[in-house]
Design a protein around this ligand. Structure first.
Ligand code: NAP
Length: 251
């Protein structure tokens, strides 16, 4: 994708990676619309970054997504980039006598069903643009399972496989399909402690490297990979899969 001149919708744009990327892309000369549930943060973004737009959406509410997609394309007819980044992550205990099934249900709704629906709803609009991009945030955990959050890692593995398949379907169209697979990054995804966890990549460093990759188009096979995620991304290929799985089990 070109680094400027786009109209970009970033879901999960109220905090963390989505927000940082949205601000960086706004500063690079794009029209950026962030979406999320927390209205207070949406308003704060409108107030802090003049020119940025913010729209409320709940990705787990499939009925609302249809109206949301119609409204966004009506308000922003130039929309040509969807960054489908919203996601949740929770630990699960399958040794418990009663496994909390709300976690898999809500995680699948948000991380998979919402992403697939919004992409499908916006693809006809994206295909009608001269040049467009569908980017979805997966994770290094798409490539090695996360024993403490089995459903979370599985939703990201699902998205990886789904993206590889639709990239082939969309060959020859003007829609580029990108996968953004972050390493462990300092956000509040796993709780407030994560934002200061020294084992996680600082958010500003991550955002800078991603923008550089997009700007220089150093993207291999549609995957936007910073250096820190490569040990996980290529663990199996490089014969370190079991070792990385054990490391994750002890995190
Ligand atoms: N941080 C990491 O270590 C890491 C690593 C690999 C992948 N990722 C992925 O990166 C993406 C962003 O996560 P993050 O680390 O930046 O964490 P974050 O700060 O918690 O961001 C998650 C974003 O998703 C939004 N969201 C969650 N549920 C939603 C829903 N039902 N409807 C609409 N928006 C929803 C949140 O906004 P609202 O709460 O306002 O709705 C928030 O903006 C996720 O897909 C995550 O899986 C993160």
């Amino acid at each position: 994708m070109n680094i400027s001149g786009n109209t970009i919708l970033v879901t999960g744009g109220t905090s963390g990676i989505g927000r940082a990327l949205a601000v960086a892309l706004h500063e690079k000369g794009n029209t950026v619309i962030v979406a999320g549930r927390r209205e207070s943060l949406l308003q704060e973004i409108r107030d802090t970054y003049p020119g940025m737009h913010a729209v409320q959406v709940d990705m787990a509410n499939l009925q609302a997504l249809d109206a949301f997609a119609k409204q966004v394309t009506k308000d922003f007819p130039q929309l040509n980039v969807l960054i489908n980044n919203a996601g949740i992550a929770k630990h699960e205990d399958y040794k418990a006598d009663t496994v909390d099934l709300d976690i898999p249900t809500s995680t699948i709704q948000t991380n998979i069903t919402g992403v697939v629906h919004l992409s499908a709803l916006l693809l006809p609009h994206l295909r009608a643009q001269q040049q467009s991009t569908l980017m979805v945030t997966t994770s290094g955990l798409a490539f090695v399972p996360y024993p403490k959050g089995p459903i979370y890692g599985a939703t990201k593995a699902f998205l990886h496989s789904w993206l590889e398949a639709i990239r082939v379907q969309l060959r020859g169209t003007n829609v580029e399909v990108l996968e953004l697979a972050p390493p462990y990054v300092q956000t509040e995804l796993g709780g407030p402690h994560q934002a200061n966890d020294p084992r996680a990549m600082p958010l500003d460093e991550y955002t800078r490297e991603v923008v550089e990759i997009l700007e220089n188009n150093t993207i291999d096979k549609g995957e936007v990979l910073v250096e820190r995620v490569k040990p996980m991304r290529f663990a199996e290929r490089e014969g370190r899969y079991d070792q990385v799985l054990e490391m994750l089990a002890n995190m």
